[in-house]
Design a protein around this ligand. Structure first.
Ligand SMILES: *[C@@H]1O[C@H](CO)[C@@H](O)[C@H](O)[C@H]1NC(C)=O
Ligand SMILES: *[C@@H]1O[C@H](CO)[C@@H](O)[C@H](O)[C@H]1NC(C)=O
Ligand SMILES: *[C@@H]1O[C@H](CO)[C@@H](O)[C@H](O)[C@H]1NC(C)=O
Ligand SMILES: *[C@@H]1O[C@H](CO)[C@@H](O)[C@H](O)[C@H]1NC(C)=O
Length: 646
């Protein structure tokens, strides 16, 4: 017998909490079988509070405010932090601003409360509020006895405490603290920063904490069964759980995107969106005392069940679109991207073979396997990255490029795609309209990848990240946490400062044919520290030889960026003193390097280079990140390719 609490933000101004006796909804899980609920869900109304309970879990909320003040599980003490004031425990947090004014925080405190349904199987209560300016509170708090945090199979660990942070030394920005005197000596010297526990939204389906207090540890998990209501598509990154202990359910944020992704409203704009439901799951098991990941594994199984039961059928709000009111779209993505490499050193015979293969390949579009295909509000190719007011529905194609996007809320969408291994963005020629019960077949889904000529050389892998490049070790002044399984190297604090250690005198020079991007291409084009808090712009060089040059033809530099922060990337050809041949202009506020990300937002440029600008023999492309603003100005490259004449 197992039970569930589901929190629904049904409309911007309405909060719904629902407690269900889940034997009817979700069946049993092994871990809870020995604990039977008695008589279904009960609702107890008190003076200032309302308590929902089913014999396993009880949830107390303020009424009509709607803040969660007390969660007990199998007779435990309150799992929430009782040192926080009642409205600061489980609560909503909206940061908003009027143009030109200071930021304001609104906790969506309810002003009226009503019971939507009350029976032994399901109790649903609703808190409604009008938009008012509230106090500045902190996000959801969970009892400090929770020490073990898990957000993926490999990223789970014993965490420092909130006090450890207070006693530590703040680093370059207040979120990052070096633990100089932690209560757990094993953590001494480590950096704590909530951004260490970020991940792509597509991978952020369950995260939470395991308490170590009692003999039967309790897990507290936030399960997000769908990404449809999050913003910015599948690879938008966000926070999960972090020291506090905090458990977040992030719907909208600037993280790894910057203000470009902010929701903006004009006077009289009409907007409505359902966020959630998200699923809070509690579990317990005595063996978690020694192996806390037991509760993680159970929560992950639970998450898979919740994902499979999306869209939920229980919310009584008519704003939540049920499964039978949704539609689907299917099709096959083909990619037209001849990737033949024209090697200048090849013998004539080989060139003939290559030309033959080249002609053959160029005529064929091949299935786009493992590609991301999605529906989002109509817009230009790639606009889904910043889309935030509507819903998005994404899937990955199978090996043959087939896709089926189910459970789409009725509306008109553009059909978008991007393909790991191929640069650029796809958008289908016609928008897709989904009606209830419809099954739209998208035809002629062919991505003509950006390409003007054959590849002369390339650096990196076009996958929207800088993960394949050289990532330095963290500074020895910070202790690396040793996880049970290795965690990606880029998730360390302060790597931007390592550039000067790898390139103490001269900036990066990469020679086509001899350099290796895995070792010789620093993962981020950052500023150089020149001492005393001063930073300097840097210029990287790509050296390459051409055996012959067609002066009358156009060459193309395909330049894909994985991140940009207060940056301007300038490209010069063969003369470092010339005016830039190309500039991106000022771009980016995604702050991915400081946030230990390996990508932020994607930028892609096709840059014409007239053959007359190139020479036979040695050529140099100079890449200058010219903006020197606030020390964390940077770009990350995703991929660079020089193409020969069309
Ligand atoms: C929390 O709720 C439980 C069950 O209703 C109750 O026994 C307990 O006293 C409450 N604790 C606090 C701190 O309100
Ligand atoms: C509002 O908050 C954001 C994010 O913390 C910050 O970047 C911005 O400067 C703030 N704006 C104002 C007007 O305080
Ligand atoms: C090269 O590109 C320019 C525009 O940048 C265009 O005017 C010219 O016709 C192109 N030349 C060839 C041979 O395609
Ligand atoms: C590049 O050249 C092509 C012709 O080869 C032209 O169509 C295109 O507009 C040019 N792009 C830029 C940015 O100059």
């Amino acid at each position: 017998m197992q039970m569930s609490i589901i929190v629904v933000l049904a409309m911007v101004s309405q909060l719904l909490f629902l407690l269900s006796d889940s034997k009817n909804v979700h069946g049993r899980t092994l871990l809870q079988e020995n604990f039977e609920a008695d008589t279904g869900v009960k609702l107890l109304q008190q003076d200032q509070h309302v308590v929902m309970s089913n014999g396993i879990v009880s949830v107390t909320l303020t009424a009509p405010g709607g803040a969660v003040t007390n969660i007990t599980y199998k007779g435990s003490d309150n799992l929430l932090e009782t040192r926080d004031k009642e409205p600061d425990r489980g609560h909503w947090d909206v940061v908003w601003t009027k143009q030109g004014r200071d930021n304001m925080t609104d906790n969506l405190v309810g002003t009226s409360y009503k019971v939507i349904a009350q029976n032994p199987d399901q109790t649903e209560i609703s808190f409604t509020t009008t938009w008012t300016v509230g106090s500045t509170n902190v996000p959801i708090n969970v009892d400090k006895r929770f020490h073990y945090m898990a957000m993926s199979d490999v990223r789970q660990r014993i965490m420092p405490t909130f006090e450890d942070r207070t006693n530590g030394k703040p680093l370059e920005y207040p979120e990052a603290v070096k633990l100089t005197n932690p209560s757990n000596p094993a953590l001494k010297g480590e950096v704590d920063d909530k951004y260490l526990y970020s991940c792509d939204n597509k991978d952020s389906k369950v995260h939470g904490w395991v308490s170590s207090a009692s003999n039967t540890p309790v897990g507290f998990w936030m399960i997000t069964p769908s990404n449809e209501f999050r913003t910015g598509g599948p690879i938008k990154q966000d926070l999960t759980s972090h020291v506090g202990p905090f458990v977040l359910s992030m719907f909208i944020s600037r993280h790894y995107a910057g203000e470009d992704i902010d929701l903006k409203f004009q006077t009289q704009d009409y907007w409505k969106k359902v966020f959630g439901p998200v699923y809070v799951y509690l579990n317990s098991d005595a063996s978690a005392k020694t192996t806390p990941s037991v509760l993680w594994n159970d929560a992950k199984q639970r998450m898979e069940k919740e994902v499979a039961s999306w869209p939920y059928s229980f919310p009584l709000s008519t704003e939540f679109v049920k499964s039978n009111q949704r539609g689907s779209v299917s099709g096959q993505l083909l990619v037209h991207d001849p990737t033949i490499i024209e090697n200048q050193h090849m013998m004539v015979l080989y060139i003939y073979i290559y030309i033959y293969i080249y002609r053959f390949v160029t005529k064929r579009a091949v299935p786009g396997g493992s590609a991301y295909v999605g529906l989002a509000a109509p817009g230009a190719a790639g606009s889904w990255q910043l889309e935030n007011k509507g819903y998005q529905f994404w899937t990955q194609t199978d090996k043959s490029g087939n896709f089926m996007i189910k459970n789409v809320i009725p509306g008109t969408y553009s059909l978008f795609a991007w393909v790991p291994g191929t640069v650029g963005d796809y958008k289908h020629a016609s928008d897709i309209t989904i009606t209830p019960g419809s099954n739209v077949k998208a035809s002629n889904v062919v991505f003509k990848a950006p390409r003007k000529g054959s590849t002369l050389w390339e650096i990196g892998i076009p996958d929207r990240t800088a993960a394949e490049f050289f990532i330095p070790d963290a500074s020895p002044q910070f202790k690396i946490h040793s996880y049970n399984h290795p965690v990606e190297k880029f998730r360390e604090y302060g790597l931007w400062e390592r550039y000067k250690d790898v390139y103490p005198r001269n900036d990066l020079v990469f020679t086509i044919g001899t350099s290796d991007y895995k070792k010789d291409w620093f993962f981020a084009h950052v500023l150089r520290i020149v001492g005393n808090g001063q930073y300097a712009a840097t210029t990287w060089q790509i050296l390459f030889d051409l055996k012959n040059v067609n002066e009358a033809a156009n060459y193309t530099l395909q330049l894909a960026l994985a991140s940009a922060n207060n940056a301007e990337l300038q490209v010069r050809l063969n003369d470092p003193k010339s005016l830039p041949h190309f500039t991106t202009g000022t771009i980016g506020k995604d702050n991915a390097v400081a946030r230990h990300g390996i990508h932020g937002l994607y930028h892609f440029y096709s840059i014409n280079i007239s053959g007359s600008r190139l020479v036979v023999g040695r050529n140099t492309i100079f890449l200058t990140q010219a903006r020197n603003q606030g020390r964390l100005s940077e770009v990350m490259y995703d991929y660079i390719r020089l193409e020969g004449p069309a």
